[in-house]
Structures are given as C-alpha cells and as structure tokens.
Design a protein around this ligand. Structure first.
Ligand SMILES: Cc1cc2nc3c(=O)[nH]c(=O)nc-3n(C[C@H](O)[C@H](O)[C@H](O)COP(=O)(O)OP(=O)(O)OC[C@H]3O[C@@H](n4cnc5c(N)ncnc54)[C@H](O)[C@@H]3O)c2cc1C
Ligand code: FES
Ligand code: FES
Length: 1258
C-alpha cells in the first residue's frame, strides 16, 4: 500500500480498493479496505487497486486526483492516496453520489493538515446535490453562484479557490476492468487453501463441513474474518495464533435470509452488507416491524469507517465479546438469537445475560462456531432505541453504548417487557436486570422515569478506579440515555394514541432527536493573486526504495517512568531469525550526551526517566523480525521517584495598587491538556554509511536538518562536515519534528555506523506517541481585578507547564505563553510567572502555536469570567479592553499596523453576531435539553523565534544554462506550501515563470546552519533570503542583459545568501527590547449546539477574518487558516491524552486518541482574508500564517461554555455557582458534567483518598 499512518485501521491513509466476484450476489463488487489490516492470504481471487492504479502525473491524473489537487485538498499529501481511494471506490459503486454519501465515505479517513473543507469542496463537484444548482442560489457552494460572486465583487475579491470548469469529467466507462483472469475463476469451485508462514498457518476453508472438522481437530484454531480485531491483537498485544482459519468463503456464513420471526445473517456477513439488508427491510416492511433494525442501523452509522465495515463481520463483533461492542447491547436487548454449530451439534440460544460469562468470553465451546444471528422483527406496541456516546462521533469506540426495548400490553401504556443492555459499564455487555424486572405492569410515566433512573444509578455503579475512567460521566449517560428513550417512546405513544399517557413537554422534544448533521457549506473570501501551484507525485522518507543490504531498526524503550536499570537480557532477542545486533550506550563512538541542552542521552545508560525512554535498539533484517526481537529484550528495573521546577517572570505596573483599585477580583484555575502532533507520517530515518572518513547520508523526516546533522556527528564522533541530512518533504510536522526527530535519527545513524550497512526505521504510531512527546499541558492559577464596567486593572497569572523529562524547548514555549498572556488586551498592572515542571513523562516539545495558545486561552478564560461577573455581554468587555494602535504590550513592544479592530468589526458584521445572539436566546428558551452558544474571540500572535539568532535563513539559487533554476533554501516542506511560496518569491524576483523554477529537497550540503522550519517565520525569513539571492543574481546578470536586452539566461550562477531579521532581542530582566518582528491578527466567531444530556456538541458555524498581509498565495494561506483552526478545534474540544498514575500513556493510536475528522468541522465555515493590509516587515508585504489562526478555535470552546451557562441557568434549582470550571479540552464528559441536573446529582461518586484512578491529569 501507499502510506502507513497508524497500522490499526484508524486513519485510512492505507486505503485501497478491493474488487471481487461475489458468488452470492453474482456480480463484481468493489469496496474500500485498510491495507494495514487486510491479511495478504485473504486476497485470493481479489483484485487490489491502489492509487497508482488509477492515475499519476506521469500518465494522466484521475478526475478524483485532479479535483483534490486543484481544490487544494492536499497539503503534506500523506493522507491523500487514502482519501482518493475512498472517493474512487464510492464513485466506482455510485458515479453520482449525494453529498451525504460522500461525507460517509470518509468516516474512516483522517487528515491532519487541511481542515477537510477543501477536500469536501473539491469532491462536492462529483455530487448530484452539491456541484451545481444552476445558480439558483439554493446552494452557496454552487459553481455558478461562486462565479457570480467573484464577478460582482469590488476590489477583485474572489470566493472561489478553483475553477471547476477546468476539471476533467468523470467517465465511468474509462475505469480499469475487473481482471479477466480472475473473472474466469468465478465458476470454478473454491478449494481449501493453505498458506504456511514462519510461525503461522492460514487455512481458507471452502465449506462448512471442512471448517467444523478443522475446529473439531484443532479447537484452538482462531477464526479470522475481517481481521479488524485479531489483526490488532497480533500487532499491538503481541499475540500469536499459530493456526488461523478463515471462513469467509463459506456460503452458509454469508447468507442473509428473511424468516418468519426476523432476518438471519450468516456470521461472516460483513457489517456493510448487514447495513444494506436492513435498509432494504426498513423500506419494504411495515414500520412497526423494523424498530430493532433502526436501532442496529443507528449503531452502524457511528461504527468505524467504510474500510472497516466492508470487511468486519457481525460474528466477529459478537464473539470478540468486547465490553464496548456497539452491537451486542442491541442484540441482547432485542432478544436476538444465535445459532452455534460444531461437528455433529447445532443449538440456538438467545443472547442474554448468560451469553457473556466474563471478560471477552462467550458461551461457545472451543469446537463451536457461530453460524448465524437472527435479529427479530419488532411487534405492535414494541419500541426500540439504541444510543452511543463516544469522544468523537465518527469512527470512535463508545464510552457508553446501549440498546433499549419496551413492549406494552396490547392497547395500553402498561409495560409488559422492558430490556435495557449496556456496553461500557462493566467488563462485558450487561443487561440492567434489577431495574427492568421491577417495571413490569407499570405505566410509562414520570414516576416510572424517576424510579428507573434511581435504580439504574444504583445498579450500574462503577468503582472510582474503573478502567476507562470518566466514572460519573458514564454513570450519568446511562440515565440520560434512558431519559431520551423515555421521551422517544412517549412521543411515539402520543402519536399512536391521544390520551394514553403523559404528554411530551414541547421544550423537551429536541432531546429525542438523533444527532443530525447537515452537509457543510463554506465560503472563502480573499483578494486575487496570480496563480502558480505545481502538482507532483509525492515521495516521503519511507518511500525511498530499500537498499540491497538494508537493515531495520526497532527501539527498545522503558516501561517504567523513573527507575534504575538493573539488567538488560537480550538472549531471547538473539534467537529471533535475522537478528544482527543490539545497540546500547556502550556502542557509541562519540558522545552519548545529546539534546538542545545536553540533558538527554541517545540511550539511557543507568537510569530511565519516562515510560518510552530509549534504552537500546535491535537491528535485524526485516521490520517484522525487528519487532519480535525488540519485544524479546528483557529489562529489569528498580523503581524511583522525582520532580523539579524552574521559574520565568514578566511584570509591569503596580499589582498591589491595581487590585486595591478594582471593584471586583476573581480568581480561579484552568487546566489545559496536552496534544499529540499526530502528523500522519510518523518519525522516519534512513542512514546510509558512505564508507569513507566517517561520511554518512541521512534521509530524515525532520523540520531541523542542522540539529540532526550536529547531533549525529556528535554521537559518531565526527565533524559536522561528514554528515549530510536530506529532507524531501514531511507528512506533517507541526513542531513535533523540530527537535524530537533526533531521538530516532541518532540511534539509526549509530546502527548504520556499527553495521556498516544502510539502516531504516519508521516508528509505529504507538511508539511515536509514546516516545516523542507533544504539546505541553498547562495549569494556570489566575487572579484578575476589574471595574464594574469590565475594565481590567490588574492581573496575576501563574503558569505551570509539564515539560516532561528533558528541557528541550520548554523554556521558549513558556516564554511565548507569557508573551501572549495578554492576548489582545491592555492590562495596566500585570504579573505573569511561568514554572516548568520536570516530570517523568516523555519530553514535551514544540507544537504549532508554541505556548501561545495556552497563554491566550487562559486570558480569554478569565475574560469570560469578568464578563459573567459584571453581567455584561462578553464581546463588549473584550472590545473595551482591546489594545489600540501604538499601545505598548506588557513586554513593552509597540503595536504598529494594528489591524485587529478592523478584523473584529468585520467579523462581528459578517457573522451577524448580534442578530444571531437574539436567535440563540430564543432557541435556548424553546429547548430544554439542547442549548446553543456563541462567542467571538480575537488573537494577536507575535511573529519571530523568541531566540533572536534563530531568525535567519539561507538560500542557494542555481541558474542553469538551459534557463531552468534550482532553488534551495533552509526551510523544509511539510504541507504548509513553503516550497510553492518560495518558488513564487523567486519567480517574482527573477521575473520568470514559476514553471522554470524547481525545488528538489532541503539538504545540509546546500544550505547549512539553518534554523528549524518553525515559529511560522519560514516563509518570511527564507523568502527574504531567496529574494536577496535572486536580487544578487539579477545584479550580476545586469551587464549581460544590457549587452543583449532581448537575450535569455546564458550563464549559470551559484549564489548563497543569508538573511537575518533585524532589530530583535528581548530581555526578561529589563522588560525591554522586541521579542517579535511583527504580529499577525485574526478574529473568529463560532456558534455551537450542545446536547445537555450526552455532552455531544455540533459546530454550527464559524466566521474567521484573518490578517495575512498581502497574501503570497491565498489558497495556501486559507488552507493554513483552516488547517490550524481545525487543529485548534482538536486541542480545545476533542483531543485528550490519558495517562495512568504510573505515567504510562493509555492513548497511543487513533482508536483511543481522537483528532478531528471530517464531521467535526463547522457545518458553515467562512474564512475571509482581511483586504488591503500590506505588512511592511515581511517579504512582498505578506504575513506569517502557520500558527496564528490555531488559537481562534477557542471561539468554539467559549461558545460551548456559553451554551453550558444557558443549560445551568435552566436548572437553577440546583443552586450552582455562576462561575464554573471548564478545563480544556471541552470533551463530552466535561460538557455533560458541567450541565448539572437531576441525573448528574444521582451519579455523584465518592472517591476515597487512596483511590488510584485509571487516568490522571498530568
Ligand atoms: C478502526 C476500527 C474501528 C472499530 N470500531 C468499532 C466500533 O465503532 N464499534 C464496535 O463495536 N467495534 C468496532 N471495532 C471492532 C471490530 O471492527 C468489530 O468487532 C468487528 O465486527 C470484528 O469483526 P472481524 O470480522 O473483523 O473480526 P476478526 O478480527 O476476524 O475476529 C474477531 C473474533 O471473532 C471470532 N470469530 C469471528 N467469526 C466467528 C465465528 N463465526 N464463530 C466463532 N468465532 C468467530 C474470531 O475468532 C476472533 O476471536 C473497530 C475496529 C477497528 C479496527
Ligand atoms: S495505516 Fe491503515 S488505517 Fe492507518
Ligand atoms: S494533507 Fe492530509 S495529512 Fe497532510
């Protein structure tokens, strides 16, 4: 496959299309799968289409590839092949999909760069309801509407980033045909197949008889159908199943039959087929018969992506017996029947409380298999609902999931049967028997509701240290779900008869609505600039073909947070085939000391200071052997403890006086969780020894070629000039590859040195998340003094950041947090203190925003409390305190070219803030259990590295005799469009077309001593260096030009230029000197809707006005604004890292750590770039844009807070304080817990002092 982003089916980067002749349906079927989970043995008789198979720049791009490229839906490009293949598969099955179908096709795909909008907009052109409405204005994204818009707009304003008229049409007749050699096999009887591997035998059985005989003979044989469970267990839990039997070909296991009591599905039936059969049944059968089917469909709607559902089997879900299975609670509550067979036996059982005797166990005997499941038709007077709450709607495992069924006595509202089953509330799927049994014969009314809730709260209690944590939230959800079920049934009963039961309060009605999301609509407004964007086939570090004698490296890391290493035993690892060497600190010829502040080691020698600390590495012939060998290394530890802090401070004015003058003082605390970079391409290095004088060439996915070079040289004990570091591009970096890439590249270089052979390593996602750290978690204690008018007079904030086990960039990050603690507000008396906490976690590091977002969130947080306390509209208080042109910041830098008020006013107006505020108030009055919130938030972001000498860059321009130009600069490309912008700068400076200019790579051998590509300044400083170099070339060419004014490039020139940003240098001691070259400004207004019962939220609309100066490339800049915004949305509302009290990271992959997916972006997303605001201080009057917009996503956080305020006001009877703590991220758990009501109060859980919870705040 093309890309490996996670290896666990969670990112979709590896998506390919499979095609096969389906013998039951008698036709060719196409479906998308995750290649990382598809066993090669399962592909017999199957055609595989990868992205290369549908088109390339060398031949012709497929319309799907062309449209994603031209709509700028690809930044780093790592996710693109997978997204293209998901779309391609959809179009192969349905050339005219609806927008909803397109969105659903991407439920299993993630992108960390684009913010998704451009992808959807490009693909919308394939949609029958999305492309063109004929300019009627019904569809804001209609191509004609957009053209109209751009024609009439003044100032050459445009709202279309691409011209859909240029697109190749989609012609389904031109697609590759199903391979004839496979077609010929379609009538041949399928025969048993056997594949023998090094340790595993795979048998593909053709008949049920064969299968049962095999199971009788080998009861331990493992059945595998979709491999979406077993694949994970083998890869991540180190499980070995020596005999695997695949029953996927057996007709009885695939059949779908409608019987007298229900529909029966063969156990190997893929979930996508089950979905189709149920949709058909719902369309054809009377509605009352299909209540359970609708429940199953609701669960399948939020069940993984298409890639998983098209192979994962219903039987696999049942037998896997996961405590959080989404289907088992539905099957249990509905009384579904299971048919179990073994050689000579057959029995049918009902899925009830006996079916799962304990964790991951079922009633099946070892010889037995599940043949089929029958899902019953519902009867008249029977109602069914299913609910699931997860951290993210799309492709996420449940926190709590359930099925609920009630059957009423004929023509009455008296309960005859009530069944409720839950997942996520024990170590297996459980029915709430105690509660439900008591309800027989009772009327469906408020009294029953109260009693069920009280009883559920008692029956489903969780211990405070229950695995999975979130104890109160999960307990509350069980009641919330029942309340929703109660209301839904009440509504249905009300419809069926008028006078049977309680009436539904109209303000409660929205609580019964299932989560609905309208198709997204978007508008971008910007000033036009000439276009010049290239497309190419993207190669990443690991795409470099293997060298003939290449070896593979795998790191061996600590499982303890702080311990002395007592012994390392490699004897078992040495027995693994292909084992070559175990590397440790003793192998280092140079220095083991590394890191920015020499406080790290390449390999821990005596002591480890975090889980994931690198102790050694195994080198073997293949990645598989390396994994086995690394797992076989045994390390003995003696555990230890430790914590140290250091302090930074900014102070201005007289704080004591300020607080004394204030009418009011509010103090509080805010915790902001960390964030994983989740670049789709994990860290990767290939080191190639050159065999001469210690020379070595490294291909690395890094933002920092210089540090990679110098750290490797130091480890190997050679001068820097022997080491060449080359970077083609990265599949995302976001700061995570600024310094932490060196922990891998030094180890790989050492392995290459030791073995004399090329060595490669690409970290698995779980290793990457464990070892390489992320954004710093922050804890802030604040005290703010203000007048009745809302004017701030004094502020004191203590910031604590969790630095992890080394200093790395933590100090600079804290400095930036302090520089941004004012956000955009003038505070006369202020003190900011920063403390770095050294802890036994992996070192945290740079992440887009670099401490700025944490500093600013704290500012907006106390600001929201000031407004609440003064009972003034928050936007007025914000505006009142906002800086003015020429003001001095708290670090005494003058604000010049202060465009923020313009951004603010434009955003207020374009978002129709005031009108929508009134609409929201009405909505909130009319809806008791759903609330909306609105918030407008500004940002001011300082541009520069705060360490002055880093603000320099180099560029090398080669002009060849054929007139082509090879451009090299110090910046690395990671999807931010830097190379494209640099080509534009050179093209403008040299006055030649962009097509004549090429950037091949970044390399220490062409531009040395570079700063990392970070701090948003790369386009500024490298652009200036490119410009200077071009200018010098032009000057040198001047005499030749004069001689021959009509000639072209005749000579070649090689020129290197350095650019250093002027006038930088701040002193914390004197609080003087400028830390920043200039500031970028922006404002966002966001509206959300929360479900007070479950904590879910919907991002309804966001308007952004961003000042990017005179944009060098609006498509790239808008891509950066949207991408950063969506990453911020993840930071503030979704992404939550969980650590055990022992310092082990629980969340190590996309299954447990949720970055935003397609469905999380605002339904209505409008971005406009501020017009006519040239920036005097940067190249071609542009402004940095990589980091500044990230913080604007906090407008969603504060809109959620606003909605929670409305919910709390509704339930004022619980005597809540007006100010309440909402830590970041605002996950469903935090939202639900903050919406205090009669259900939350029933689920308060006592936590004893010695309780060791599953997860702790770090
Ligand atoms: C990215 C991702 C997302 C997921 N999302 C969800 C989700 O939202 N909700 C959810 O509930 N699950 C989810 N899962 C879990 C998983 O996809 C399902 O449990 C799936 O239905 C398993 O089916 P399979 O065919 O792939 O199982 P396999 O891995 O092939 O097998 C699973 C187990 O079932 C046994 N088995 C299979 N068939 C039979 C049979 N006929 N008789 C006896 N034993 C049998 C196997 O021996 C094995 O022990 C997700 C998994 C992934 C990778
Ligand atoms: S790599 Fe296969 S889904 Fe992520
Ligand atoms: S473009 Fe999608 S992950 Fe980079």
């Amino acid at each position: 496959w093309d890309q490996l982003g996670c290896g666990e089916g969670g990112c979709g980067a590896c998506t390919v299309m499979l095609s096969k002749f389906d013998r039951l349906q008698k036709k060719i079927v196409h479906f998308s799968v995750n290649a990382c989970l598809a066993p090669i043995c399962s592909l017999h008789h199957v055609a595989v289409t990868t992205v290369e198979g549908i088109g390339s720049t060398k031949t012709r791009l497929h319309p799907v590839q062309e449209r994603i490229s031209k709509s700028h839906g690809s930044q780093c490009g790592f996710c693109t092949p997978g997204i293209v293949m998901s779309m391609y598969t959809l179009l192969r099955n349905n050339p005219e999909p609806t927008m909803e179908e397109i969105e659903n096709a991407f439920q299993g795909n993630l992108c960390r760069c684009t913010g998704y909008r451009p992808i959807l907009q490009g693909f919308r052109t394939f949609a029958k309801d999305g492309g063109c409405c004929g300019g009627t204005g019904e569809n804001p994204n209609c191509c004609m509407y957009q053209k109209e818009n751009s024609k009439v707009s003044p100032l050459n304003l445009s709202s279309s980033l691409f011209n859909s008229e240029e697109f190749l049409p989609l012609d389904p007749t031109q697609e590759p045909i199903f391979p004839p050699e496979l077609m010929r096999l379609k009538d041949e009887p399928q025969k048993q197949l056997c594949f023998q591997g090094e340790r595993v035998k795979w048998i593909q059985t053709a008949t049920l008889k064969e299968l049962l005989e095999l199971k009788a003979e080998h009861p331990d044989a493992k059945l595998v159908v979709g491999n979406t469970e077993i694949g994970i267990e083998m890869k991540f839990k180190n499980k070995l199943f020596p005999l695997i039997v695949c029953p996927a070909w057996i007709p009885e296991l695939n059949s779908v039959k409608r019987g007298p009591e229900g529909i029966s599905f063969g156990a190997a039936c893929p979930l996508s087929e089950m979905e189709k059969a149920l949709v058909a049944a719902i369309a054809e059968l009377p509605s009352y018969q299909t209540e359970v089917f609708k429940g199953v469909l609701e669960q399948l709607r939020w069940f993984a992506g298409k890639q998983v559902k098209s192979v994962a089997s219903v039987g696999g879900n049942i037998i896997n017996a996961s405590p959080i299975s989404d289907l088992n609670p539905v099957f249990m509550a509905s009384g579904s029947k299971l048919t179990l067979v073994s050689k000579g036996t057959k029995r049918t059982v009902r899925m009830d409380h006996m079916f799962f005797p304990s964790y991951r166990k079922t009633l099946l005997s070892p010889e037995e298999i599940l043949l089929s499941i029958e899902i019953p038709y519902s009867r008249k007077g029977e109602y069914f609902s299913a609910f699931k709450q997860a951290s993210r709607r799309e492709d996420d495992i449940a926190k709590v999931t359930c099925g609920m069924r009630v059957l009423f006595k004929p023509e009455s509202d008296q309960v005859q049967e009530l069944d409720i089953s839950f997942g996520g509330m024990a170590d297996k799927t459980i029915p709430a028997l105690k509660t439900t049994r008591k309800q027989q014969g009772r009327a469906w009314n408020e009294e029953l509701l109260q009693e069920v809730c009280a009883s559920l709260a008692e029956e489903l209690s969780l211990e405070p240290d229950a695995p999975g944590g979130m104890v109160e939230f999960r307990r509350t959800l069980t009641l919330s779900f029942f309340f929703k079920f109660y209301l839904t049934v009440l509504q249905k009963l009300g419809k069926d008869s008028t006078d049977k039961c309680d009436k539904l309060d109209p303000t409660y009605a929205s609580a019964t609505l299932l989560f609905q999301k309208e198709p997204p609509a978007n508008v971008q407004l910007f000033q036009e600039v000439p276009k010049g964007q290239a497309e190419d086939d993207m190669l990443f570090c690991d795409d470099i073909p293997p060298y003939s004698n290449e070896l593979y490296l795998r790191l061996v890391t600590s499982t303890k947070a702080h311990a002395r290493i007592k012994s390392i035993d490699i004897s078992e690892a040495q027995k693994v085939p292909g084992f070559i060497h175990f590397l440790s600190a003793d192998d280092i010829p140079g220095s083991n000391e590394t890191g920015l502040f020499n406080d790290e080691t390449v390999f821990a020698k005596h002591k480890v200071t975090c889980v994931g600390h690198i102790i050694g590495a195994v080198v073997t012939d293949t990645p598989e052997h390396a994994q086995r060998a690394a797992q076989a290394v045994k390390i003995e530890y003696e555990e230890l403890p430790a914590i140290i802090t250091i302090e930074l401070k900014i102070e201005k004015g007289d704080l004591k006086k300020g607080f004394a003058e204030a009418d009011n003082v509010v103090s509080g605390e805010l915790y902001i969780g960390g964030q994983e970079h989740f670049y789709l391409e994990t860290h990767c290095t290939i080191a190639v020894p050159k065999g001469e004088e210690g020379e070595m060439e490294l291909f690395v996915s890094t933002q920092n070629t210089m540090k990679t070079q110098s750290f490797v040289a130091k480890v190997l004990g050679v001068p820097d000039n022997r080491i060449v570091v080359r970077v083609k591009r990265m599949g995302g970096g976001f700061g995570g590859k600024e310094t932490r890439s060196t922990v891998l590249s030094t180890a790989v270089a050492l392995a290459a040195y030791k073995t004399g052979r090329p060595v490669r390593c690409m970290l698995d996602r779980d290793e990457d998340m464990l070892i390489t750290g992320g954004r710093h978690p922050f804890l802030a204690r604040y005290k703010v003094g203000f007048m009745k008018t809302g004017k701030i007079v004094a502020l004191e904030v203590e910031h604590y950041s969790n630095a992890g086990n080394t200093l790395d960039l933590s100090q600079s990050i804290m400095e930036r947090a302090l520089f941004h603690m004012d956000n955009c507000y003038k505070i006369p008396n202020i003190r900011g203190i920063g403390r770095l906490c050294k802890t036994n976690l992996s070192s945290n590091t740079a992440f887009r925003g670099f401490g700025g977002p944490q500093g600013m969130l704290i500012a907006e947080y106390w600001m929201s409390e000031v407004a609440l306390t003064c009972r003034l509209p928050a936007e007025e208080v914000r505006r009142l305190n906002m800086y003015k042109e020429g003001d001095l910041t708290h670090f005494n830098q003058k604000l010049e070219g202060f465009t923020l008020p313009r951004c603010w006013d434009e955003c207020l107006e374009s978002s129709k803030y005031h009108a929508r505020r009134n609409e929201i108030e009405t909505f909130n009055k009319e809806n008791c259990w759903k609330k909306r919130g609105l918030c407008i938030i500004p940002t001011k972001f300082g541009i520069s590295f705060t360490v002055p000498f880093l603000n320099q860059a180099g560029a090398l321009v080669h002009v060849y005799t054929d007139g082509s130009v090879l451009l090299t600069h110090g910046g690395t490309e990671m999807g931010q469009g830097l190379h494209t912008k640099m080509i534009q700068v050179a093209s403008k400076a040299l006055k030649i077309p962009t097509s004549k200019i090429y950037i091949s790579e970044t390399s220490t051998s062409t531009v040395p001593n570079t700063s990392p590509t970070a701090a948003s300044v790369s386009a500024d400083i490298n652009g200036q260096a490119v410009y200077e170099a071009c200018k010098t070339i032009l000057q040198r060419l001047e005499p030749f030009k004069k001689k021959n004014p009509n000639g072209s490039w005749k000579d070649w020139v090689s020129l290197y230029e350095i650019y250093l940003t002027p006038n930088l240098g701040y002193s914390f001691e004197t609080n003087s000197g400028n830390p920043f070259h200039y500031f970028s400004y922006g404002v966002a207004c966001s509206e959300v809707e929360i479900d007070c019962l479950t904590g879910d939220h919907k991002n309804i609309r966001t308007d952004i006005v961003m000042d990017v100066g005179s944009s060098l490339n609006p498509a790239i800049d808008i891509g950066q604004v949207e991408g950063a915004f969506v990453q911020g949305l993840g930071l503030f509302t979704l992404e939550e890292l969980h650590y055990s009290p022992e310092g082990t990271l629980h969340t190590r992959g996309p299954s447990t750590y949720k970055i935003p997916a397609f469905g999380n972006i605002p339904i209505d997303f409008r971005v406009s770039l501020l017009r006519d605001c040239p920036n005097k201080k940067a190249i071609y009057a542009s402004k940095a844009v990589g980091e500044p917009p990230l913080f604007l996503a906090s407008s969603i956080f504060f809109a959620i807070k606003d909605a929670i305020c409305a919910a709390r006001a509704q339930h004022a009877d619980f005597k809540m304080k007006e100010l309440f703590q909402l830590d970041s991220p605002a996950t469903p758990e935090k939202i639900r817990n903050a919406c205090v009501d009669k259900f939350t109060t029933l689920c308060v859980t006592e936590v004893s002092a010695n309780c060791k919870p599953w997860s702790i705040r770090v």
